[in-house]
Design a protein around this ligand. Structure first.
Ligand SMILES: [Zn+2]
Length: 340
């Protein structure tokens, strides 16, 4: 068995964006309850630390960080109709960004083989100077920038299978050849970005890979996309660390998404990424929670990913059968990237 760290904390329930809000405290409660049921020697529970302000500044503008800090203690504040805060939200957002950093540190130090950061609020919509889409700080992007700038890594891959496009992550690294950002997402969907021809610019051209998928695609199409495009793109990039924006809102039960991924699909996706990590970077991979709004789907999918992270991986990647419906999207993405 591989040793997996789970980074989480009941304090994540203290961010309360509103009574009817789908990104609710119960999400992390469901994940913690599931994780408590998994306790075994190979799972190491680690408490998150808060991110430092200068760590947030790796991805966010100082004035924007100050605007989030000013919400501390306020009964509520709305950056936009979706993205609301409560008195503790700033602190909990520091703990979310810090939770992914804690996971990355544990893997770098060899305390564990890999890790899953069960954090909220999520991060992948957060832009350098703007909160949106339930996100305040871009937890995964901050961890990637931290690996590059604070630990001297040369290449970090971010794979984002949340049902929504991670526009914040894309924007932060759009001009960078040091971060490969790969996203599968329902399209069209919120936030509207993530077309195949968004491939990065300047030195970053080719290092953003978007795979926009029509509604109703499920395990076969997702795994085919991984086998045809994501696995080869990651192999060519040779990441020194893999970060996963693990949103479970592409699960078939999710109320916000319209995709049909099951627990087996999530296991298949993390298995492939873990195998790439084993090939390229001594297995260094950290998954971080993004979306996922059906509590049972969230817990069951999280469990599938955590169990897969714990499995030894000497077997080669076995390409999935079926999923031919995804091939037109794959071909379009290949053509967009062939032009550079
Ligand atoms: Zn999402």
């Amino acid at each position: 068995m591989l040793k997996t760290a789970l980074i989480t904390d009941r304090r994540y329930t203290a961010h309360r964006p509103g009574s009817a809000h789908p990104e609710r405290p119960e999400r992390v409660e469901a994940m913690i309850e599931m994780a408590d049921g998994l306790r075994r020697d190979e799972l190491k529970f680690i408490a998150p630390r808060e991110a430092e302000l200068d760590e947030l500044e790796l991805c966010h503008e100082r004035d924007y960080i100050a605007s989030v800090a000013r919400t501390a203690g306020l009964d509520h504040y709305a950056f936009d109709p979706d993205t609301r805060t409560s008195p503790e939200s700033f602190r909990i957002a520091l703990l979310a960004a810090g939770g992914v950093l804690t996971a990355v540190e544990a893997v770098l130090e060899g305390v564990v083989d890999n890790a899953f950061a069960i954090v909220r609020p999520p991060g992948h919509h957060a832009l350098p100077a703007r909160a949106m889409g339930f996100c305040l700080f871009n937890n995964v992007a901050i961890a990637a920038a931290w690996l590059l700038q604070r630990r001297g890594l040369k290449r970090v891959a971010i794979v984002d299978w949340d049902v929504h496009h991670g526009n914040g992550t894309q924007e932060i690294f759009y001009y960078s050849p040091d971060v490969l950002y790969v996203s599968t997402h329902q399209f069209p969907q919120y936030p509207g970005t993530g077309a195949v021809d968004e491939i990065g610019e300047g030195a970053g051209a080719g290092y953003t890979v978007n795979i926009p998928l029509p509604a109703q695609f499920g395990d076969a199409e997702y795994l085919r996309a991984f086998d045809e495009l994501i696995v080869p793109a990651c192999r060519e990039f040779k990441p020194e660390f893999i970060l996963v924006s693990a949103g479970f809102d592409c699960h078939f039960r999710d109320p916000l998404g319209a995709m049909r991924v099951t627990e087996a699909g999530f296991a298949g996706m993390i298995r492939r990424l873990k195998q790439i990590a084993a090939e390229c970077c001594r297995g260094r991979i950290v998954a971080a929670l993004e979306g996922g709004y059906d509590l049972k789907a969230l817990a069951d999918s999280g469990q599938a990913v955590i169990e897969e992270l714990g499995r030894e991986t000497d077997e080669p990647i076995v390409a999935a059968a079926g999923g031919e419906a995804v091939m037109p999207v794959i071909e379009r993405a290949r053509r967009a990237h062939a032009r550079i």
